[in-house]
Design a protein around this ligand. Structure first.
Ligand code: GTP
Ligand code: MG
Length: 282
């Protein structure tokens, strides 16, 4: 099992204050590749990219936008932005999925397509459910600890997290799956479905992520493998989350059934067959 630390909101606030002079001496300066999956996010993607490139205190080395076959003009807008940012000297790439490859399919494509050999890879979302700069910098601040973590994830359910407009049903479902994951798989996480993160690139590159699900259950599956790794140091930081302005239709029952199957199979393979976490996921 990995070593897990939960960074309190108070410590994060202190680090924000200490940040003071723009990014000087940060361990992650200019060393993070950011993957941004997007689907019909024409109203928010520009401000997300602007924040990553101009308001993230210089920690971003490149941004890879994976458009999942949007129909609202998102890829056309992103292409214009890419052209502009490229002229400014930024590394920004748009990959357009020829069809909807699923949420996990987009992240897998992102992992496989990084063009800059940055030592850290981040996943940030395009729908602004959190403050992009603040969240990215909170994750980056966790890397100032000694010893340095290998993976830092947000958590919607640890002390200090704040959820605004999150439906009670989804809260209950998420908390249920946190417990379910702990009981069935023996892995304890405060937010088993957390998707926003910064990881050491080599920790990701060494995983068989292409064998993982292409669906929405990608992060619960990825987290399961990462948290099961004995040598990884993981830090969780509290997230301030708000509901997106554009609601996505989401079949919670179908999601839950598929996730249950993944967790049960993982738990069974690990416990009964005593496989490593990487083998158990396949
Ligand atoms: N809905 C949806 N989002 C996608 C897809 N592919 C990539 N994304 C992006 O993936 C990110 C997360 O998707 P969301 O549907 O917002 O998932 P979520 O934040 O876990 O769930 P919500 O709380 O319902 O927003 C967003 O930036 C989306 O734009 C897709 O096929 N469908
Ligand atoms: Mg969302």
């Amino acid at each position: 099992m990995s070593t897990i630390e939960r960074m309190s909101a108070a410590v994060l606030a202190q680090r924000r204050l200490a940040r003071g002079g723009v990014g000087v001496g940060r361990r992650l300066d200019g060393r993070v590749s950011v993957i941004v999956p997007c689907f019909n996010t024409v109203t928010t993607i520009e401000s997300v990219l602007e924040t990553l490139l101009h308001h993230s205190e210089g920690i971003v080395a490149e941004v890879l936008v994976i458009d999942n076959h949007s129909s609202d003009g998102t890829p056309e807008l992103v292409q214009q932005l890419v052209d502009r940012y490229t002229l400014e000297g930024h590394h920004v790439t748009l990959l357009r999925n020829p069809e909807n490859l699923g949420y996990g399919g987009s992240i897998k494509r992102g992992f496989a397509s990084l063009t800059v050999s940055a030592p850290f890879v981040a996943i940030m979302h395009a729908d602004e459910q959190c403050d992009t700069a603040r969240t990215l910098l909170d994750l980056a601040d966790a890397y100032e600890q000694d010893p340095e973590p290998d993976l830092v994830l947000v958590s919607r359910f640890m002390d200090g997290a704040r959820l605004s407009g999150y439906s009670p049903l989804r809260q209950i479902a998420n908390r249920f799956f946190n417990r379910f994951t702990a009981i069935v798989c023996g892995v304890s996480m405060s937010d088993a479905g957390a998707a926003i993160m910064i990881a050491r690139s080599e920790a990701i590159a060494s995983l068989p992520y292409e064998r993982m699900t292409s669906g929405y259950q990608f992060h619960p599956q990825l987290n399961l493998v990462l948290y099961s790794e004995p040598d990884l140091r993981i830090t969780e930081v509290p997230l301030e989350w708000r509901d997106a302005e554009t609601q996505v239709k989401f079949n919670l029952v179908a999601y839950g059934l598929t996730l249950s199957r993944i967790l049960l199979r993982f738990g069974w393979r690990r416990r009964i067959l005593r496989r490593s976490s990487i083998e158990a996921v396949a």
